[in-house]
Design a protein around this ligand. Structure first.
Ligand SMILES: [Zn+2]
Length: 1032
């Protein structure tokens, strides 16, 4: 079997060998007829429905065997997970998550389920969950230490000191030690988990969290920072039982097998631990195979020979030496590359290397660019390529003597010899037709059909353009932007505008033949904004009036893109189209679409059709656009189905961005749209790009995911790529890798700058290789793994039944963990769930991915929304996908108004909320401010300037500016959260127990989903059961 079989990547249709642990039920992939209940899968029967992963929940008792519950994911404290008391079980009031209750599937509200999360302790000793950092030290040795620390040592070969081991089987300290005098302060998230029932004073529930980036200090005792053996021994540890745990707790027997959510790995704890140990520090990229700080940790990155993790992150920083090992572990080997990532101002921007007419120095054989991985020999006259081992002559202009350790004397003077990332000025050989490119152009294309005029959108766009065109991006050293601009409006015909600077009035030219669009004017269409400013303003003032009486409802779409591309082609420049569009293009023209939204396809093998474009017109249009460096960014304002899967295809394949504003309402949505428009126009971007990934011998890039187009198997073509877009690249072995030479990756992007200069941007990264599986697991990065899994699954959605994809994800998760358990962890009872330290939160993140609306086959979610989210994720970098799948939930009522630091986040579960609290949730697309019914009036006054909860107007999408510290701090926090994100998040105010809360609850991703999808606890049980079956 080829090596392609070992991970769950598309085409998803290959049979996949097992890992030798289990019956090969991976062999069933791609054959839906077998996919229903492979060995080891939970039956999708019963009330949980067929919508896996809900369908995979354990129906019966937990896995066989002696259940010993250990704990690795939570906190060394004896507090019970108390919940705020749920509202009485009346209409639309009750929190509805009762994961094990068979009656709760998508039932909102679900009375009587409120307390189902509080009955847990009696099962605490039913199963062991242990986390061995490396699996190398025997359990029980050494005190538990900060778990993350050992992972990040640059030299992972020697066994880790046992102090780094969580020592998972050490008995927990007696609860009194945790609660009694002298006990260390609790880690931040645990405070939040202990919201007391009733109207306790706020400060009794929440203590000020340590600041992000704060080092180990009062807030973290080593014990608490670890995911060690804190599992308290069931209810015995908790005298008094469960306050708030109602005695009437009745339910199916399964309830009694419930896991304590506090005992399973907490993403917040993992994030906070990494912040505590690595935040605020300088991270130097000097060693091969170093695992960088998490994306959620702020630190200063210093390039010392490897690309910054802002540019490249990997699923693992240590590759297995052989493909057999890779097959065994099933850990995807992938890199998430964001070549134009924004670098904070306190880090060094990329150096530009200019070799004049000589151009960059490259290996003769593999064409790799000069980089720190080239070894100079023979007194500096020749060098050996680190990628293909070819020995090359050093070109005379580049010669330099070597020092006593064989390093060039100019090593530190040349960025390409000593840095991981840098740019080259490209010579004419790298330009189309061997001539320098023209600077790019931006073309603004506005849908002026009836509804857009009527609702004021056209006027809003035109007004805004007058301002935003002042901020066209420019090269740092330039006074003005080199970007030229042009304008088109359209409904079922196209209107081109001549805005040449010497005209008194703009001139309109109408193109009615949309079957074969031509550009009616060249001179005067694309102009310098500064020169033509008055004509352009004149035009923008006139456009809303010009079409004010239009009754035209029908629009075209493909011809609009065609027109923009032809205009760029005629001007011989790359560029970007900004299209503002609202409706399904039903007018007679190429790319005409019909409403084909068919909910009956959901949960069938034909569901994939909903994600595919309706016609191949858009596919070939995208190909043409890429060939001419034409990037398409689409602002969509749909009020009904517009077929995002078709309309979004060109933006996706051309490296553009799709923005979608459902049921756009001027007073509520314009701010979000305008922010997006401004950001998009101003953001750093490269045009007409080709990316090439080179690797050292033994492995190669085999698959690519992102806003890309590929005409062959190696050249990744992008009409444009901006600072927010990432390409995920998967690697496979084609030979053995050697531990001593490691695995080297070079990403080269050839592109045109906004000023019209042709450049090469080079990123280099060196990884370790090992023949020990433990090394591989130790070097994994879960956030990157989830990015990879999301993109590979979302790509597969086009071709495979969703059920099969979900099963592959679950199986591969179990497989990776089972392999670790079998080969790396210390011997322990078969029923123990043991997670590698680097993958502690893989199950919870994987569950979030499975619950995403793209993979969840539910008719309640609009087809367009699913297609939209699918497309967004395909170009996300690791930080964005992490936030998207596991939102940030911040307690606001405990804000320290004197601090600028964000409060410590809490886990995304209803049980973490409290009705006296106010919480802010953000996932990169949406922001919610959730207000408990008993929110403190002084806070409400402070934030909203109204006297009570009842007075709060939930229609607002921005908070009022109230001149007090609460308001200022909260609004500042919101802007910090927004700052680094590519999409403007729309704020929704949610009052507890009011209907809109349903939307908010979908983001409480540790709970059971409203529309299906397991709770985290249930999913972990499911994965554990899978692992047990694999191990047997
Ligand atoms: Zn080479």
């Amino acid at each position: 079997m080829s090596q392609q079989g070992y991970v769950a990547t598309p085409p998803y249709s290959q049979s996949q060998p097992g890992i030798g642990l289990s019956p090969p039920h991976y062999g069933h992939y791609g054959d839906p007829s077998h996919a229903g209940s492979p060995p080891g899968m939970m039956k999708p029967a019963g009330p949980l429905g067929a919508a896996a992963p809900g369908g995979m929940l354990p129906q019966g008792p937990s896995p066989p065997g002696p259940h010993q519950f250990g704990q690795n994911g939570a906190h060394a404290q004896g507090h019970l997970p108390q919940r705020f008391p749920g509202p009485p079980p009346v209409n639309s009031a009750a929190p509805s998550y009762a994961p094990y209750s068979p009656s709760t599937q998508s039932s909102y509200p679900s009375p009587a389920s409120t307390a189902s999360v509080t009955q847990l302790a009696s099962q605490l000793n039913a199963m062991h969950i242990n986390s061995y950092g490396t699996g190398m030290a025997p359990p029980g040795q050494g005190p538990p230490g900060p778990p993350s620390a050992p992972l990040f040592q640059g030299l992972p070969r020697p066994p880790q000191p046992s102090i780094m081991q969580p020592g998972s089987q050490v008995l927990p300290p007696p609860p009194t030690a945790l609660n009694g005098p002298g006990a260390s302060p609790l880690p931040p998230s645990t405070h939040r988990q202990d919201a007391l029932p009733g109207p306790a004073p706020l400060n009794a529930q929440y203590q000020p969290p340590p600041l992000p980036g704060q080092t180990l200090g009062t807030g973290y005792s080593p014990q608490q920072a670890s995911y060690g053996p804190q599992m308290a021994g069931g209810q015995l540890s908790y005298p008094g039982g469960f306050p708030g745990g109602p005695a009437q707790m009745a339910g199916p027997p399964q309830l009694q097998k419930k896991l304590d959510p506090d005992s399973i790995p907490s993403p917040i704890q993992v994030i906070e631990n990494d912040r505590a140990t690595r935040g605020g520090q300088v991270y130097a990229t000097n060693s091969r195979g170093q695992v960088p700080p998490l994306v959620t940790t702020d630190c200063v990155i210093q390039d010392q020979g490897n690309a910054s993790p802002r540019y490249i992150r990997c699923t693992t920083y240590c590759f297995p030496c052989t493909s057999d090992m890779a097959k065994q572990a099933q850990i995807p080997l992938a890199a998430v590359i964001k070549p134009f990532a924004t670098i904070p101002s306190n880090e060094t921007p990329l150096y530009l290397v200019n070799h004049g007419e000589n151009g960059p120095v490259r290996c003769n054989r593999c064409k790799a660019y000069m980089c720190p991985f080239m070894q100079f020999i023979e007194g500096g006259r020749r060098y050996q390529c680190g990628f293909c081992n070819c020995v090359n002559d050093v070109p005379p202009f580049y010669f330099q003597h070597l020092d006593h350790i064989g390093r060039r004397l100019d090593h530190y003077e040349k960025p390409e010899l000593s840095l991981g990332s840098y740019e080259y000025v490209a010579t004419l050989d790298y330009c189309r037709k061997n001539k320098p490119p023209n600077p790019p152009a931006f073309i603004f294309m506005i849908d002026v059909s009836y509804s857009n005029i009527k609702n004021g959108l056209v006027k809003l766009i035109c007004e805004e353009l007058k301002t935003v065109l002042e901020k066209l991006p420019k090269e740092e050293q330039e006074e003005t932007s080199a970007i030229r601009v042009g304008f088109i409006t359209y409904n079922k015909v196209l209107h081109f505008f001549n805005v040449k600077s010497n005209l008194a009035q703009p001139q309109m030219m109408v193109v009615t033949d949309v079957g074969e669009v031509f550009v009616p004017l060249l001179d005067g269409f694309l102009v310098n904004y500064q020169e033509s400013q008055s004509v352009i303003h004149n035009l923008l003032d006139q456009i809303p009036e010009m079409f004010a009486d239009s009754n035209e409802n029908e629009t075209v779409f493909a011809p609009v893109i065609q027109a923009g591309m032809e205009a760029l082609k005629a001007a011989d420049c790359p560029g970007k189209l900004f299209i503002f569009h609202s409706s399904l293009p039903t007018a007679e023209a190429p790319g005409k679409l019909k409403n084909r939204d068919d909910k009956k396809l959901i949960n069938t093998d034909k569901e994939k059709i909903l994600f595919q474009p309706q016609t191949n017109v858009y596919d070939s249009l995208a190909k043409d656009c890429v060939a001419h460096g034409c990037c398409v960014t689409l602002f969509l304002f749909p009020s009904q189905y517009v077929d995002v899967a078709s309309l979004g295809l060109v933006p996706q394949l051309t490296g553009g961005t799709l923005y979608k504003y459902n049921n756009f309402q001027m007073h509520m949505d314009s701010q979000q749209f305008l922010n997006d428009l401004r950001n998009d126009i101003e953001k750093k971007i490269g045009f007409d790009a080709i990316m090439r990934i080179r690797t050292s011998t033994g492995f190669r890039a085999t698959d690519f995911f992102g806003g890309i187009f590929m005409n062959n198997t190696t050249d990744v073509e992008m009409a444009a790529i901006d600072c927010d877009k990432a390409v995920t690249v998967e690697f496979k072995h084609d030979d053995k890798l050697a531990e001593d030479s490691g695995a080297l990756i070079q990403c080269a992007v050839l592109y045109t700058t906004i000023g019209g200069q042709r450049r090469l941007r080079i990123h280099n990264l060196s990884l370790n290789c090992s023949s020990q599986l433990a090394d591989l697991y130790k070097s994994c990065e879960t956030d990157a793994l989830i990015n990879f899994f999301a993109k590979s699954a979302f790509k597969a959605v086009l071709h495979q039944p969703l059920k099969v994809i979900r099963e592959i994800l679950v199986n591969q998760t179990a497989h990776m963990l089972a392999c670790y358990r079998k080969n790396c962890a210390s011997p322990s009872a078969a029923s123990q769930l043991i997670l590698p330290d680097s993958m502690k939160v893989l199950p919870v993140y994987m569950n979030c991915l499975l619950k995403n609306c793209v993979l969840l086959s539910r008719p309640e979610i609009s087809t367009d929304e699913r297609a939209y989210q699918r497309q967004l994720v395909m170009t996300m970098g690791v930080a964005d996908s992490q936030l998207f799948f596991y939102p940030q939930l911040l307690p606001i009522h405990t804000l320290d108004v004197k601090s600028t630091a964000l409060p410590t986040a809490i886990r995304c579960s209803e049980s973490r909320l409290s009705e006296e609290g106010i919480f802010l949730l953000a996932n990169g697309l949406n922001m919610f401010l959730w207000l408990g019914v008993s929110s403190p009036p002084e806070l409400i006054q402070g934030i909203f300037n109204v006297p009570s909860f009842a007075h709060i107007n939930t229609d607002m999408t921005t908070l009022p500016e109230v001149g007090n510290p609460y308001s200022q701090t909260l609004r500042m926090i919101m802007s910090i959260i927004q700052q680094k994100r590519p999409y403007s998040m729309k704020l929704t105010i949610v009052k507890q127990r009011e209907q809109p809360e349903m939307v908010f609850r979908q983001f409480l991703v540790e709970d059971k989903g409203l529309y299906g999808g397991s709770s985290y606890v249930d999913f972990l049980c499911c994965v554990h059961k899978e692992i047990c079956q694999l191990l047997n």
